[in-house]
Design a protein around this ligand. Sequence first.
Ligand code: SAM
Length: 187
Amino acid sequence: VIAQVQRHDGDSTRTAVDFGAGKSPIPIGLQTLGFATTVVDPDSEPMLGRRAGNEWDFIDYGGWGIATIKAGMEERLFEPASVGLAVSVSVIEHMPAEIRRAAIAEVARVVAPGGLVIFTLDVLPGGSRQLWNRIVHEIEPFSVHGTADDVIEECAANGLELVFSERCPINESETSVVGLVLRRTAT
Ligand SMILES: C[S@@+](CC[C@H](N)C(=O)[O-])C[C@H]1O[C@@H](n2cnc3c(N)ncnc32)[C@H](O)[C@@H]1O
Protein backbone atom coordinates (compact mmCIF):
# COMPACT_ATOMS: atom_id res chain seq x y z
CA VAL A 1 0.00 0.00 0.00
CA ILE A 2 2.74 2.43 0.97
CA ALA A 3 4.69 1.60 -2.22
CA GLN A 4 1.57 2.28 -4.33
CA VAL A 5 1.03 5.61 -2.55
CA GLN A 6 4.60 6.60 -3.29
CA ARG A 7 4.27 5.48 -6.91
CA HIS A 8 0.89 7.07 -7.78
CA ASP A 9 0.24 9.91 -5.38
CA GLY A 10 0.30 13.43 -6.71
CA ASP A 11 -1.79 14.86 -3.92
CA SER A 12 -1.08 18.37 -2.80
CA THR A 13 -3.55 18.37 0.12
CA ARG A 14 -1.49 15.77 2.05
CA THR A 15 -4.61 14.56 3.85
CA ALA A 16 -5.25 10.83 4.15
CA VAL A 17 -7.91 8.60 5.67
CA ASP A 18 -7.45 4.91 6.48
CA PHE A 19 -10.98 3.46 6.51
CA GLY A 20 -11.18 0.32 8.67
CA ALA A 21 -7.57 0.52 9.85
CA GLY A 22 -8.11 -1.87 12.76
CA LYS A 23 -4.64 -2.57 14.17
CA SER A 24 -2.30 -1.67 11.33
CA PRO A 25 0.99 0.11 10.68
CA ILE A 26 -0.46 1.82 7.59
CA PRO A 27 -1.88 4.96 9.28
CA ILE A 28 1.49 5.49 10.97
CA GLY A 29 3.25 4.96 7.63
CA LEU A 30 1.01 7.55 5.95
CA GLN A 31 1.54 10.05 8.77
CA THR A 32 5.30 9.47 8.47
CA LEU A 33 5.08 10.19 4.73
CA GLY A 34 3.67 13.61 5.64
CA PHE A 35 -0.08 13.00 5.31
CA ALA A 36 -2.30 14.46 8.02
CA THR A 37 -3.99 11.13 8.63
CA THR A 38 -7.37 10.16 10.07
CA VAL A 39 -8.54 6.66 10.93
CA VAL A 40 -12.21 5.65 10.67
CA ASP A 41 -13.18 2.32 12.24
CA PRO A 42 -16.40 1.35 14.07
CA ASP A 43 -14.60 -1.12 16.42
CA SER A 44 -15.33 -4.70 15.43
CA GLU A 45 -15.79 -6.02 18.98
CA PRO A 46 -19.64 -5.78 19.03
CA MET A 47 -19.73 -7.23 15.49
CA LEU A 48 -17.53 -10.21 16.44
CA GLY A 49 -18.95 -10.68 19.92
CA ARG A 50 -15.41 -10.60 21.38
CA ARG A 51 -12.10 -8.78 21.09
CA ALA A 52 -10.40 -10.41 18.12
CA GLY A 53 -6.81 -10.17 19.38
CA ASN A 54 -5.52 -9.49 15.87
CA GLU A 55 -5.72 -6.90 13.06
CA TRP A 56 -9.47 -6.46 13.68
CA ASP A 57 -8.79 -4.79 17.07
CA PHE A 58 -9.75 -1.14 17.48
CA ILE A 59 -6.78 1.11 18.12
CA ASP A 60 -6.82 4.82 18.99
CA TYR A 61 -3.92 6.24 16.98
CA GLY A 62 -3.95 9.54 18.91
CA GLY A 63 -0.50 8.75 20.32
CA TRP A 64 0.89 9.11 16.78
CA GLY A 65 -0.99 12.39 16.16
CA ILE A 66 -3.60 10.56 14.06
CA ALA A 67 -7.26 11.50 14.54
CA THR A 68 -9.30 8.36 15.23
CA ILE A 69 -13.05 8.34 14.57
CA LYS A 70 -15.15 5.43 15.84
CA ALA A 71 -17.66 5.13 12.99
CA GLY A 72 -18.52 3.18 9.86
CA MET A 73 -16.99 4.38 6.61
CA GLU A 74 -20.45 4.48 5.01
CA GLU A 75 -21.33 7.38 7.37
CA ARG A 76 -21.06 11.07 6.40
CA LEU A 77 -17.94 12.15 8.26
CA PHE A 78 -16.02 14.48 5.94
CA GLU A 79 -16.71 17.44 3.69
CA PRO A 80 -16.99 16.74 -0.04
CA ALA A 81 -13.65 16.64 -1.88
CA SER A 82 -11.73 17.23 1.37
CA VAL A 83 -9.53 14.09 1.34
CA GLY A 84 -6.50 13.62 -0.90
CA LEU A 85 -5.84 9.93 -0.28
CA ALA A 86 -8.21 7.18 0.91
CA VAL A 87 -6.94 3.74 1.88
CA SER A 88 -9.02 0.77 2.96
CA VAL A 89 -7.29 -2.56 3.42
CA SER A 90 -9.38 -5.73 3.62
CA VAL A 91 -12.53 -3.96 4.79
CA ILE A 92 -15.29 -3.52 2.18
CA GLU A 93 -15.50 -7.24 1.30
CA HIS A 94 -16.44 -7.91 4.92
CA MET A 95 -19.63 -5.84 4.59
CA PRO A 96 -22.98 -6.76 3.04
CA ALA A 97 -22.95 -5.62 -0.60
CA GLU A 98 -25.49 -2.88 0.05
CA ILE A 99 -23.32 -1.28 2.77
CA ARG A 100 -20.21 -1.75 0.62
CA ARG A 101 -21.85 0.25 -2.18
CA ALA A 102 -22.76 3.02 0.29
CA ALA A 103 -19.15 3.00 1.56
CA ILE A 104 -17.71 3.26 -1.96
CA ALA A 105 -20.08 6.14 -2.78
CA GLU A 106 -19.05 7.90 0.43
CA VAL A 107 -15.32 7.49 -0.32
CA ALA A 108 -15.93 8.87 -3.82
CA ARG A 109 -17.84 11.83 -2.36
CA VAL A 110 -15.07 12.88 0.03
CA VAL A 111 -12.01 12.29 -2.16
CA ALA A 112 -10.97 15.33 -4.17
CA PRO A 113 -10.72 15.13 -7.97
CA GLY A 114 -7.33 13.63 -8.83
CA GLY A 115 -7.10 12.03 -5.40
CA LEU A 116 -5.98 8.45 -4.96
CA VAL A 117 -8.03 5.58 -3.51
CA ILE A 118 -6.47 2.23 -2.59
CA PHE A 119 -8.72 -0.71 -1.78
CA THR A 120 -7.56 -4.21 -1.11
CA LEU A 121 -10.07 -7.05 -1.27
CA ASP A 122 -9.74 -10.51 0.25
CA VAL A 123 -11.03 -13.05 -2.28
CA LEU A 124 -11.55 -16.78 -2.11
CA PRO A 125 -8.39 -18.82 -2.67
CA GLY A 126 -7.38 -20.55 -5.88
CA GLY A 127 -7.48 -17.65 -8.34
CA SER A 128 -11.11 -16.72 -7.62
CA ARG A 129 -12.51 -13.19 -8.02
CA GLN A 130 -15.31 -13.98 -5.55
CA LEU A 131 -15.20 -11.67 -2.52
CA TRP A 132 -14.51 -13.21 0.86
CA ASN A 133 -17.98 -13.64 2.38
CA ARG A 134 -17.60 -14.32 6.07
CA ILE A 135 -17.07 -12.57 9.38
CA VAL A 136 -18.35 -14.95 12.03
CA HIS A 137 -20.86 -16.55 9.63
CA GLU A 138 -21.47 -16.30 5.91
CA ILE A 139 -22.60 -12.71 5.34
CA GLU A 140 -25.10 -13.26 2.50
CA PRO A 141 -25.55 -15.48 -0.58
CA PHE A 142 -22.45 -15.42 -2.80
CA SER A 143 -24.55 -14.19 -5.73
CA VAL A 144 -25.49 -11.10 -3.67
CA HIS A 145 -22.05 -10.56 -2.16
CA GLY A 146 -20.32 -10.26 -5.55
CA THR A 147 -16.83 -10.24 -6.99
CA ALA A 148 -13.77 -8.01 -7.27
CA ASP A 149 -15.07 -7.05 -10.73
CA ASP A 150 -18.38 -5.90 -9.20
CA VAL A 151 -16.36 -3.63 -6.88
CA ILE A 152 -14.40 -2.23 -9.85
CA GLU A 153 -17.71 -1.47 -11.62
CA GLU A 154 -19.19 0.11 -8.49
CA CYS A 155 -16.09 2.29 -8.19
CA ALA A 156 -16.31 3.35 -11.86
CA ALA A 157 -19.99 4.24 -11.42
CA ASN A 158 -18.93 6.59 -8.62
CA GLY A 159 -16.12 8.29 -10.53
CA LEU A 160 -13.28 6.12 -9.23
CA GLU A 161 -11.24 5.04 -12.23
CA LEU A 162 -9.00 1.97 -11.96
CA VAL A 163 -5.36 2.83 -12.67
CA PHE A 164 -3.63 -0.32 -11.39
CA SER A 165 -4.60 -3.72 -10.06
CA GLU A 166 -2.46 -6.44 -8.58
CA ARG A 167 -3.13 -9.83 -7.11
CA CYS A 168 -1.22 -10.56 -3.91
CA PRO A 169 -1.01 -14.28 -3.23
CA ILE A 170 -0.27 -14.18 0.48
CA ASN A 171 -1.07 -17.86 0.67
CA GLU A 172 -2.93 -19.53 -2.20
CA SER A 173 -4.37 -22.20 0.06
CA GLU A 174 -6.07 -19.68 2.33
CA THR A 175 -6.97 -16.13 1.31
CA SER A 176 -5.76 -14.16 -1.66
CA VAL A 177 -5.91 -10.42 -2.03
CA VAL A 178 -6.73 -8.19 -4.98
CA GLY A 179 -5.24 -4.70 -4.71
CA LEU A 180 -6.92 -1.80 -6.54
CA VAL A 181 -5.45 1.65 -7.12
CA LEU A 182 -8.07 4.12 -8.31
CA ARG A 183 -8.11 7.81 -9.17
CA ARG A 184 -11.05 10.16 -8.47
CA THR A 185 -12.09 11.65 -11.78
CA ALA A 186 -12.79 15.36 -12.14
CA THR A 187 -16.57 15.02 -12.49
C1 SAM B 1 -9.85 -7.58 8.30
S1 SAM B 1 -9.80 -6.16 9.34
C2 SAM B 1 -8.60 -5.17 8.46
C3 SAM B 1 -7.82 -4.27 9.38
C4 SAM B 1 -6.65 -3.53 8.71
N1 SAM B 1 -7.12 -2.64 7.67
C5 SAM B 1 -5.62 -4.49 8.18
O1 SAM B 1 -5.45 -4.58 6.98
O2 SAM B 1 -4.99 -5.19 8.96
C6 SAM B 1 -11.33 -5.33 8.97
C7 SAM B 1 -11.49 -3.99 9.64
O3 SAM B 1 -12.65 -3.35 9.09
C8 SAM B 1 -13.32 -2.68 10.13
N2 SAM B 1 -14.71 -2.42 9.72
C9 SAM B 1 -15.77 -3.23 9.80
N3 SAM B 1 -16.88 -2.59 9.37
C10 SAM B 1 -16.49 -1.36 9.00
C11 SAM B 1 -17.17 -0.21 8.49
N4 SAM B 1 -18.49 -0.22 8.28
N5 SAM B 1 -16.44 0.91 8.23
C12 SAM B 1 -15.10 0.93 8.46
N6 SAM B 1 -14.42 -0.12 8.95
C13 SAM B 1 -15.10 -1.24 9.22
C14 SAM B 1 -13.18 -3.63 11.31
O4 SAM B 1 -13.44 -2.98 12.54
C15 SAM B 1 -11.72 -4.07 11.15
O5 SAM B 1 -10.83 -3.20 11.80
